[in-house]
Design a protein around this ligand. Structure first.
Ligand SMILES: C[S@@+](CC[C@H](N)C(=O)[O-])C[C@H]1O[C@@H](n2cnc3c(N)ncnc32)[C@H](O)[C@@H]1O
Length: 244
């Protein structure tokens, strides 16, 4: 679905879709009576300006209806940078959750197949994807590690976001292409060490574990400073690659 960010200031912006007609903002109501385009300026009933912009990946990520913990934009950005993912990649995501990772990845790779054990989460993720994602590049599957089957060497990358990623170690060894990326996300370092140890035994290599901190700044004429809120520790991301 086409998405628009109505942006007034750092404190006031709204993400809308083409279907929206009346928008309630902190600064009055906006009635949309004709098609809008990126670059337009809209006025509220209190005569405040909102610019019509193409939303960033972060704007979309923030809006997702969350029923689980999710990847946030700093984690997803790092996933792209530290892997070999590109527009030709076929990616398996294990742990769809709310679909935050699925939606982001579908903007950058050829296809995301995403699986989850919980049908409530799949249903919620599907709604988020319909609203914010690229539907035709995404396939959601209700499954777990005992029931899942894909042919050998199918995926360029597998991304796992669930508490015990090692339960998928053998499966990943089978379905990843040689030199394919295995990326797993866990919140504590003991889980990192345990899973790295198991994957090493299965001859995965080129391990890197990364924690991401991002600090945004508020820029003002005389009082520029970092924002009060900071996206600090969310998870450890570990990257490795399959060898023969
Ligand atoms: C933290 S959430 C994933 C969030 C997701 N990365 C996002 O950005 O929205 C973890 C998900 O893993 C699913 N899960 C837990 N164990 C699983 C398993 N063995 N196989 C597949 N999915 C599983 C849970 O149902 C939950 O939806």
């Amino acid at each position: 679905m086409q998405k628009y960010l109505l942006w007034n200031s750092e404190e006031s912006s709204i993400l809308i879709t083409r279907n929206s007609k009346t928008i309630h903002t902190h600064k009055g109501k906006i009635e949309i009576t004709q098609p809008i385009e990126y670059g337009d300026t809209l006025f509220t009933t209190k005569e405040k300006k909102y610019y019509v912009l193409n939303p960033t990946n972060e704007d979309v990520n923030i809006k997702i209806n969350r029923k689980t913990n999710t990847f946030i934009i700093k984690d997803l950005s790092i996933i792209l940078g530290y892997s070999s993912l590109n527009k030709n990649s076929i990616v398996l995501e294990i742990g769809t959750g709310s679909g935050a990772g699925t939606i982001f990845l579908s903007n950058f790779v050829q296809k995301v197949i995403s699986i989850d054990i919980n049908h409530h989460n799949i249903t919620n993720a599907q709604k988020n994807i319909q609203k914010y994602g690229i539907n035709e590049d995404i396939l959601l599957i209700l499954s777990n590690h005992n029931t899942l089957f894909f042919k050998e060497n199918k995926f360029d990358a597998v991304i796992i976001d669930l508490p015990e990623p090692e339960i998928y170690a053998d499966f990943c060894k089978t379905v990843l292409k040689n030199s394919g990326d295995l990326i797993f996300a866990v919140p504590n370092i003991e889980q990192v060490k345990k899973c790295r140890e198991i994957l090493s035994q299965k001859k995965f290599t080129y391990f890197r574990t990364i924690e991401t901190w991002v600090r945004k700044w508020l820029i003002r004429t005389n009082y520029s400073r970092p924002f009060h809120e900071m996206q600090a520790h969310s998870m450890f991301l570990t990257f490795c690659k399959k060898i023969k």
